[in-house]
Design a binder for this molecule. Structure first.
Ligand code: CA
Length: 221
């Protein structure tokens, strides 16, 4: 069930929205104070946040900016009081996804929410990479082969994702070192070989999909 947070200090509007959304089967929480709303949004996960602009203690712009700075990826819809061009642009600047102008109809709002949820669902799909019989969930660093979990170290995981995202390209050891170990790494480039060896061992060695490119490095096809 999608979770929605309403941050709105006009109680009549807040209650009306909450009522409508609950009727549609959403799980709804509310805050009528900017700071309280911000605390909730940064502590719990919400799929969609409806954020009023003018709020006591902390305004909508500041809340939105702070949440984005913290890496919050909820779909944020700003509730603006007037059709104010300046506020809209500012809203997008601080990371809002959409806005509705008061007074809005419940239908308009729910249409925006559904659009937001669809987009959230799509970004979830991008989080998952499929390759051959592998399923890789980037956000949780999990790899499954034929639905069985494969335990990889963080570097092995990063190496696997990098290989797959660059499939078909010959990747030099230097390139892999720079991208995965960073410029500051001044150790032995054989560290790459060791990790590739481990990766081949952990992910069905028979498949042999990490090819050695002589004199350069590796590639997958
Ligand atoms: Ca307000």
């Amino acid at each position: 069930m999608p979770k929605i947070l309403i941050i709105e200090d006009e109680k009549s509007i807040q209650r009306m929205i909450a009522y409508d959304l609950k009727q549609l089967g959403y799980e709804v929480e509310s805050a009528v104070d900017g700071f309280e709303g911000y605390k909730k949004a940064s502590t719990f996960h919400y799929d969609v946040i409806l954020l009023d602009l003018m709020l006591p203690n902390m305004n909508g712009m500041d809340i939105c900016k702070k949440l984005r700075d913290e890496g919050n990826n909820s779909y944020i819809i700003m509730l603006t009081a007037v059709d104010d061009e300046f506020n809209k642009i500012q809203g997008f600047d601080v990371g809002a996804d959409d806005y509705v102008t008061k007074p809005f109809s419940p239908r308009e709002l729910t249409a925006r929410i559904r659009a937001g949820l669809r987009r959230q669902g799509n970004s979830e799909k991008e989080d998952i990479i499929y390759y051959e019989d592998l399923k890789i969930v980037q956000s949780s660093y999990e790899v499954y082969q034929n639905d069985e979990k494969v335990d990889l170290t963080l570097k092995e995981f990063e190496l696997l994702v990098y290989f797959i995202l660059n499939k078909g390209k010959a990747l030099s050891r230097d390139q892999l070192l720079t991208n995965l170990w960073g410029f500051s790494y001044d150790g032995d480039s054989r560290v790459v070989d060791v990790h590739v060896f481990k990766l081949r061992e952990k992910i069905d060695p028979k498949a042999n999909w990490i090819k050695t490119v002589r004199g350069i490095g590796y590639k997958i096809v």
